[in-house]
Design a protein around this ligand. Structure first.
Ligand code: SF4
Ligand code: SF4
Length: 481
C-alpha cells in the first residue's frame, strides 16, 4: 500500500523500507502508483467480509480510508466464493478477534513479540486460508492488550469495553494525561456531551512511547460513575441539597469559628495526590496562609492493588504524588493530621478526594466521627461523602485542566474537554471562593494563572510557564530523578 515511484529506479519501491538519500526524487501520486496500489487493495478485499455497517472500526478504519482513496471499484469476486473465518472470538484481555476482517499486516504479532514479549498470537494456515489467531488453549496474558485494538488498522481486533458504545464520528477528543498511576501516560480523552467513552494513548517517547496499560484504559469510568453532582449540607444525619453559596459560607464560617475558639491547631486539611499541581499549591496556601494550621499533608497510599511492572505501570496509583512532594506537602503532615483527629483535637477538617489513604470504609467512618465538622471537595461518592457535613462537588479530570508531575519529575498538562457535570465546579474555583470567604483576597483566574504563580514561588518549577509546557511536558529543575 505504500508503493512509490522513485526517479532512476526501474520498479516501484515500498516507501516504508526505502532509505531517503540526498537528491532523491519520490512521487507518491502518479498513474503508475495509483494502479499498483489499487491492485494491492483489490487483493486485500478479495476475501474481506465488507461488513462495515456492523463493524465497530467503521469511521476509523485504514481499509475504509484506502478504499475511498484508491478503490471505489466493483468486486470481481463473488460473495459466495469468499473464504470464511471465525468471527467474534473473545481472546482474553480487552480484545475481541474477528479473523475474517484481518488483512494479515502482522502488527499485532510484532507488538506481542517486541513490546509485551508474550507472543500469544501468530498466523496459521497458508495462502488465502492464512488466518490470524491465538495459540490453541491460550488467552492474551499481558496488561497492555488494549493497544492491539489501536494498532490493528481494521476491525479485526476491537476493544470489548468500547465496542458498540458509540459511533466514533460522534466523539470529540482532547489531549490529556492518564490519572491511573504515577507514570502519567499521555492520552487523548474521547467524549460525547458530558460522557467520557474511552482513553487512547498519545505519543510521547519520553513517557509512554505510544502505549498505555489496560488499567489506565478504564480510568475513564471514574468520570462517569457515582458522581457527586450537587452541593450538600448534612444536619442531624440528614443530607440536604444546598446552593453553592450556602455550602461555601457554612464551611468558611465553621472553620473560622473553630479556629477562633480552639486555635489554628483545631483545623486540618488533607490534600489529595489526585489533585493537580495548581490545586495542591492553593490547598497548601490555604492551610499555611489563611487557616494557619500545621495539620496539613497528603498520602500516596490508596486502597487496592499496588501492582507495578518494569514497563509503564507504577506502584503509586496517583498521578501527582511527586507534585505534592515538590510543593512541600508531606506524608508526615498527613500522619500529624490523622493523629490530631484521632486524639479529638481537630474540630474542622477539609478533605480532598474520595479516599483516605488505604483505610477501609469502617475506619474512615470511625476517624471522621471524631470531627464535629467535615467538609469534602470530591468527585465521586464514597465513605467520606456519606459522612461529610458539607460536600463540595468537583470536576473530574476530563472536565478541568491543569498539570500533574509524574514519578520522574515531568510536569505535564491535562485538559478538560467539556464543562463540569451537574453543579460540580472546578477545584480552583472552589478553593478561591473558600479562601476569599475566609478573608483572603485571591485573584486567581484559571489554572494558567495559578501555574504561573506556582512557578515563581516554588523552586522546582522555576522557569516554566503554562504555555511553555506544551503537550509533551517539561522536567522539573534539577532534571529527572
Ligand atoms: S493487526 Fe489486525 S489486521 Fe494486522 S495482523 Fe493483527 S489482526 Fe490482522
Ligand atoms: S501505566 Fe499508569 S499512567 Fe500509564 S496508562 Fe497505565 S495506569 Fe495510566
Amino acid at each position: 500500500m505504500c508503493l512509490v515511484e522513485v526517479e532512476k529506479f526501474p520498479k516501484l519501491q515500498i516507501a516504508c523500507n526505502t532509505v531517503a538519500t540526498e537528491g532523491m526524487v519520490v512521487r507518491t501520486d502518479t498513474e503508475k502508483v495509483r494502479k499498483a496500489v489499487t491492485g494491492v487493495l483489490e487483493l486485500m478485499l478479495i476475501h474481506h467480509p465488507v461488513d462495515c455497517p456492523i463493524c465497530d472500526q467503521a469511521g476509523e478504519c485504514g481499509l475504509q480510508n484506502y478504499y475511498m482513496k484508491y478503490g471505489l471499484h466493483k468486486s470481481r469476486y463473488d460473495l459466495e466464493d469468499k473464504v470464511h473465518k471465525k468471527k467474534v472470538q473473545d481472546i482474553g484481555g480487552q480484545i475481541v478477534l474477528d479473523a475474517e476482517r484481518c488483512i494479515l499486516c502482522s502488527r499485532c504479532v510484532r507488538f506481542l513479540q517486541e513490546i509485551t514479549k508474550t507472543g500469544e498470537m501468530e498466523f496459521f494456515q497458508r495462502g488465502d486460508h492464512s488466518e490470524i489467531s491465538i495459540f490453541p488453549g491460550r488467552k492474551l496474558s499481558n496488561d497492555y492488550t488494549g493497544n492491539l485494538a489501536d494498532i490493528c488498522p481494521v476491525g479485526a481486533l476491537t476493544n470489548k469495553d468500547f465496542r458498540f458504545k458509540c459511533r466514533v464520528w460522534f466523539l470529540s477528543s482532547i489531549e490529556s494525561v492518564c490519572p491511573g498511576c504515577a507514570n502519567g501516560c499521555n492520552v487523548e480523552t474521547y467524549f460525547k456531551g458530558d460522557i467520557l467513552y474511552r482513553l487512547k494513548p498519545r505519543r510521547n517517547d519520553a513517557v509512554n512511547q505510544t502505549w498505555m496499560c489496560d488499567f489506565g484504559r478504564v480510568e475513564y469510568r471514574k468520570a462517569n460513575e457515582s458522581r457527586l453532582l450537587i452541593p450538600i449540607l448534612r444536619e442531624g444525619g440528614q443530607a440536604v441539597a444546598a446552593a453553592w453559596d450556602s455550602v461555601l459560607l457554612r464551611t468558611a464560617l465553621r472553620f473560622r469559628e473553630e479556629a477562633e475558639a480552639h486555635g489554628a491547631g483545631s483545623v486540618a486539611v488533607i490534600a489529595s495526590p489526585q489533585s493537580s499541581n495548581e490545586e495542591l499549591f492553593l490547598v497548601k496556601k490555604l492551610a499555611a496562609e489563611v487557616l494557619k494550621t500545621e495539620n496539613v499533608g497528603f498520602t500516596s497510599r490508596t486502597p487496592g492493588d499496588r501492582f507495578s511492572d518494569e514497563f509503564l505501570i507504577k506502584e503509586d496509583k496517583n498521578p501527582n504524588s511527586r507534585g505534592a512532594q515538590l510543593l512541600g506537602l508531606t506524608e508526615e503532615g498527613f500522619g500529624r493530621a490523622v493523629k490530631a483527629i484521632s486524639d479529638g483535637k481537630v474540630r474542622a477538617l477539609l478533605l480532598f478526594g474520595n479516599v483516605l489513604a488505604d483505610f477501609a470504609d469502617e475506619k474512615i467512618e470511625a476517624i471522621l466521627s471524631n470531627v464535629p465538622f467535615v467538609a469534602q471537595v470530591g468527585t465521586c461518592e464514597g465513605a467520606i461523602s456519606r459522612a461529610a457535613h458539607a460536600v463540595l462537588p468537583s470536576a473530574s479530570f476530563a472536565e478541568r485542566g491543569g498539570t500533574f508531575t509524574n514519578f520522574a519529575g515531568r510536569v505535564q498538562r491535562f485538559r478538560g474537554g467539556f464543562p463540569p457535570r451537574g453543579k460540580a465546579k472546578n477545584d480552583i474555583e472552589i478553593l478561591v471562593a473558600l479562601a476569599n470567604r475566609l478573608g483572603a483576597d485571591w485573584k486567581f483566574d484559571g489554572e494558567a494563572s495559578v501555574f504561573n504563580a506556582l512557578a515563581s514561588a516554588s523552586a522546582p518549577f522555576s522557569g516554566m510557564s503554562y504555555e511553555s509546557l506544551g503537550f509533551e511536558g517539561q522536567a522539573v529543575a534539577g532534571g529527572l530523578k
